[in-house]
Design a protein around this ligand. Structure first.
Ligand code: ADP
Ligand code: MG
Length: 353
């Protein structure tokens, strides 16, 4: 159903604006974005359609094709653990910025799998912020929009995420990778090759307890920051890492510092069209997430192994971890037979993009 129809059916009047916002998949640079490191995500063709209509009172209503109820809130309400928090948080942030003083009706419809590490949450937030910006004819840079969207996740939702998702969503287009320095926010957009292609497979495993474990990693990284006396721990040296006495924190830091190098190397390889160099770096990234950062699951490890065995040049878990998706680099001509062979071994997995 078109988003316009969804909106009218939910609220009994047509939307005044609609927008599409992509999801993102991270090619490499995992958990580096809240540690001042590099990341290399790209936008997906899949994403979230959003529609809006201004109201004259201070009520916010949110409808979604993915959920049955229509959420009704009042401007100023806090998050309540409800699915609509992400849209409500975006409206709250726009009000904080002085963009609006009234409520809105919002409808959402997603082609992205939700809760799979492809950032449906940021796509919803950025999508609603774009609607509010355009509804009120506000001038705001893409980077400032991304910073506002991040604040919704960190301050309204309470998810201590980095800036990667929001920056990827506002800056990158499909077929283009965003090489972002999350410490300075300097970035380059790098055209992705036509062949090999980037494929995303969902493991079929829901990210169990992912939020709590993500926060646990964030706390470990904060302790490493204190030890090293620097915010951008991804830029520490391996000598700094080896000097960390606690073996668990040492492993976490080793992932961040080695991932920083790998991300830079993949960006260089893309820029110089040396795609053969990328596969081994993706595999090394997965192994580092498995052994040092400890955010993979046995299913994800097996899926990556099968993906490589069946002909991917490289593959790795992508996203926050503990379930969700893998990203693989596959010769274009092999894509469909590769996909079918991998899914035959993993019947619970499915092809996303
Ligand atoms: P991810 O960002 O990896 O998809 P998150 O757990 O961060 O997973 O965000 C998922 C949440 O985002 C959902 O529980 C819901 O609250 C919100 N969300 C995402 N897409 C939609 C949608 N189409 N309609 C309503 N809420 C959505
Ligand atoms: Mg998310």
């Amino acid at each position: 159903m078109k988003i316009e129809t969804t909106f009218t059916e939910a609220f009994g009047a047509p939307a005044t604006l609609v927008r599409f916002t992509p999801g993102r998949v991270n090619l490499i640079g995992e958990h580096t974005d809240y540690n001042g490191g590099f990341v290399l995500p790209t936008a997906l063709e899949l994403g979230v359609h959003t529609a809006i209509r201004a109201r004259e009172d201070d009520i916010i209503r949110v409808a979604s094709v993915s959920f049955e109820d229509i959420a009704v809130r009042t401007l100023g309400d806090p998050a309540s653990g409800h699915w609509a928090d992400y849209a409500v948080g975006a409206v709250t942030e726009a009000r904080r910025a002085g963009w609006i003083t009234h409520g809105v009706d919002v409808a959402l419809s997603s082609t992205l799998p939700i809760g799979s590490g492809l950032s449906s949450s940021s796509a919803v937030i950025v999508g609603v912020l774009k609607l509010l910006r355009d509804l009120q004819s506000i001038t705001v840079s893409n980077v400032d929009l991304a910073i506002m969207a991040r604040r919704v996740e960190t301050d309204f939702i309470g998810m201590p995420c980095g800036i990667m998702d929001q920056m990827a969503i506002v800056l990158a287009r499909p077929g283009e990778a965003l090489f972002l320095n999350t410490h300075t926010l300097a970035y380059d957009l790098i055209t992705l090759p036509d062949d090999p292609v980037i494929a995303v497979l969902h493991s079929g495993v829901h990210r169990s307890l992912a939020e709590g474990r993500y926060k646990e990693r964030k706390e470990e990284c904060d302790r490493i920051k204190d030890r090293l006396g620097r915010e951008d721990i991804c830029r520490a040296t391996m000598k700094d890492v080896d000097a960390i006495a606690d073996p668990r924190l040492r492993r976490r830091a080793r992932h961040l510092v080695s991932e920083q190098t790998r991300t830079q190397q993949v960006a260089n390889a893309l820029t110089s069209n040396d795609t053969q160099a990328i596969g081994p770096l993706m595999i090394a990234s997965h192994n580092s997430m498995r052994d040092d950062f400890e955010i993979t699951t046995p299913e994800l490890d097996l899926l990556v192994a099968t993906a490589v065995r069946e002909g991917a040049l490289g593959a790795r878990m992508t996203g926050g971890g503990f379930g969700g998706c893998i990203v693989a680099l596959v010769p274009r001509a092999r894509l469909l037979p590769w996909r079918d062979a991998v899914l035959k071994h993993h019947p619970q997995a499915f092809h996303v993009a």
